[in-house]
Ligand binder design. Sequence first.
Ligand SMILES: [Fe+2]
Length: 371
Amino acid sequence: MNDLRTNFEDTVGKFVDVSGQYYPLNDPWAPAIITKEQIDAEIERLASVDRPENGRRSSLIVHPRANPATPGLATSVQVSLNVLKPGERTQAFRHNATEVNFCIRGEGVAVIGDRRIPFRKYDVYNTPSFVPYWRENTGTDLQVFLTYTNVPLLQFMQVHHWEDNPPLLAAVPHEEEDAINPRRNSPYGTFTIGDDGAMLMPYEKLINPPTVESNALHWPWEKVEAELKKLQDLGQDYIGRRLYLLYNPMTGRTNGTTPNFFATITIRPPKIVDRPHRHVSESINYYFHGTGRSTVAGNVYEWKAGDLMLSAPGWAVHNHASYDDYVYELTIQNQPLTIAMESLLWQENLKEPPALLGAQMGFDTNRKSAA
Ligand SMILES: [Fe+2]
């Protein structure tokens, strides 16, 4: 493989006359459910095949609408089902994608860069971009993971860079204090050229943006569940959602678990029906307790514990309802990405206009009066 030389065909851009025309209308992907039975069968199948050389028994969970070159369960989210048998471990790997990992069965240890994370069922951890990682099954049962990545976006951009068996502990260059590092204090400053805030930034600053430490973080289910149980006490009148975002502080104002996704875990008491709402971010739910239904753009879908669902394609009106038991769900949305793109329209109440979250004032709940 040589990525320094490519023989391109002679290529010329072309004109597409759109005079007087508008942009095409969006054509959202249909909601899709992968049932517990399908997932269980695939787990057994992955456990029964010969161990692949890289140790990764893995299947993508793909929406039929996905382009084969960018296989995702949603347009921007790749979901994979990963199995390790007792005693097995994966080879080290790294890529310029970021991941949310959710253990749905078994236990083990993940090593991400210099961090070692022992985990159990329903624990979540993230992997930062381009940090080598591997995973081991230290238990006696199969270890099963759902992994959510932004790989389809990188594939669409033709810039997914990955490396098998990278050096495990790449030397991290020592970060000097800002005060003594001349690269941090370029004499070629950024300056305004008018009174509206428009500025000019020199190349030296462009190629040396501020760095933010990006770490693997661990959300043990034991601790998350204890906090979620406290949200049960919000009464039936509470109109917000009883959830916590598994927040990674490096994502700052974009409210993420990774720079692309947030992961939230919701506890939904019996017979709670959400208000219909919609958002540009696309949403994938994994239910791990209880049963219920989702109404998405007028279509009703029933689900139960162990089902995975593309539950809200971007901008489809939806709401979820629990039946007779508590529902626990892990939700992945590409909200940080859409906030960063200044694209996150969100309509919390269909009787009111949407807001552009991250740029305009968002919404409130009645938590103070409900508590
Ligand atoms: Fe939603």
